[in-house]
Structure formats: C-alpha cells, structure tokens
Ligand binder design. Structure first.
Ligand code: COA
Length: 157
C-alpha cells in the first residue's frame, strides 16, 4: 500500500474485522459522547463500498483509524469516522489517514460531518482542503450542530 509520510515505525494498512475490538476501545476513548456501538462498528467491515484503513504504532497497537464510504453515487464519498489515539496525536497520522482514504475513494468530492466545537478536527480538515458547505442543526444527540465539510478531489486520484 502506498505509504504517506508517517513517523518512523508506524505503518498504514487496511483494517479488517480482526481490528474491531481495538477500534471499539479507541472509539470510546476519543469519542466519549459519540462512539459507535460495537455492532455498528462491525457493519463497517461487512457493508460493501466502505474503505477501512488503520495505522499501527511501533508497539503494534492501533494508533489511528479511518472509515469512508464510496456512497451510492459516483459523485461523492463520505468520511464516516476518523480518529487517532491521544498518545499518537499531532504527528501527522490524522492527515495521513485522511489523505490515504481520499485517494482510495476515487470520487470527485468527499464530505464529512464534524461537531462545530471540534476545533482540532476542523483545523485539520481546513488545512487539507475541506470547506464548510452546510450546517446540520441538532445533528448530534446532545443538540450540537454538525458542520458539513467538503473537499474537491482530483478526479485522477
Ligand atoms: C482530529 C484528529 C483526528 C487529528 O489527528 P492528528 O493525528 O492529531 O492530526 P495531525 O497530526 O495530522 O494534525 C494536522 C493538523 O491538524 C490541526 N490539529 C490537529 N490536532 C489539533 C489540536 N489538538 N489543536 C489544534 N489543531 C490541531 C493542526 O493544524 C495540525 O497541524 P500541526 O500539528 O502541524 O499544527 C485527532 O485529534 C482525533 O482523533 N480527535 C478525536 C476524534 C475526532 O475528533 N475525530 C474527528 C471527528 S469528525
């Protein structure tokens, strides 16, 4: 798999059902309010047209994960979830996961939804070319607004 820039010892590769338990643990740490239930995470690996990538840390643990759907149209893919374990953040892993999954989506556009208070994620998305294209009031269970962000991808990517 083409390797984006990663710190030494980290490896990016496809995630599988074998990663489900570690992914569930990671989700509960980084999304205290929004973690997907175990069963819904399992679906990521069972439903077609979903791309799941992970970064493995030098000690073999799950450092980060991204899941994206090619969707039903050829127009647009969606990032479903993106997360990097706290001990591995600010080393470029989030950027690497996003870039890698965008390349594999092979769609002209990609979208995602992010809490409007999630400034670290919004900064990351803006930095790699996403802009806000919509707002979804009360998108989250606690009533917070979701920002819809979009990036135009190279058609040849
Ligand atoms: C958002 C997240 C995926 C970023 O992962 P990461 O590996 O730390 O991101 P990167 O190292 O690639 O950061 C790239 C840039 O994003 C911005 N950024 C990332 N984390 C940031 C933070 N805590 N505060 C401010 N800016 C931040 C910075 O501009 C950063 O560049 P810099 O480190 O050179 O300043 C990670 O913080 C995370 O998993 N958060 C919890 C889950 C989450 O919110 N996921 C997104 C849901 S939509």
């Amino acid at each position: 798999m083409a390797a984006p820039d990663l710190p030494p010892g980290y490896a990016l590769c496809r995630a599988t059902l074998l990663d489900l338990r570690a992914l569930h643990r990671l989700e509960r740490v980084i999304f205290p309010r929004d973690a997907y239930p175990y069963f819904e995470l399992a679906l990521l690996f069972l439903v077609p047209r979903i791309i799941n990538l992970k970064i493995v840390a030098p000690d073999g643990s799950l450092a980060g994960f991204v899941s994206a759907s090619r969707g039903l149209s050829y127009e647009r893919g969606w990032i479903i979830t993106l997360g990097v374990a706290p001990a591995h953040q600010r080393r470029g892993l989030g950027t690497a996961l996003l870039t890698a999954v965008e390349t594999r989506l092979k769609r002209p556009f990609v979208r995602l939804t992010v809490r409007e208070s999630n400034l670290p994620a919004i900064r990351l998305y803006q930095r790699v070319g996403y802009t806000v294209v919509g707002r979804h009031p009360a998108y989250y269970r606690d009533g917070e607004t979701g920002l819809i962000m979009e990036k135009r991808l190279s058609v040849n990517s």
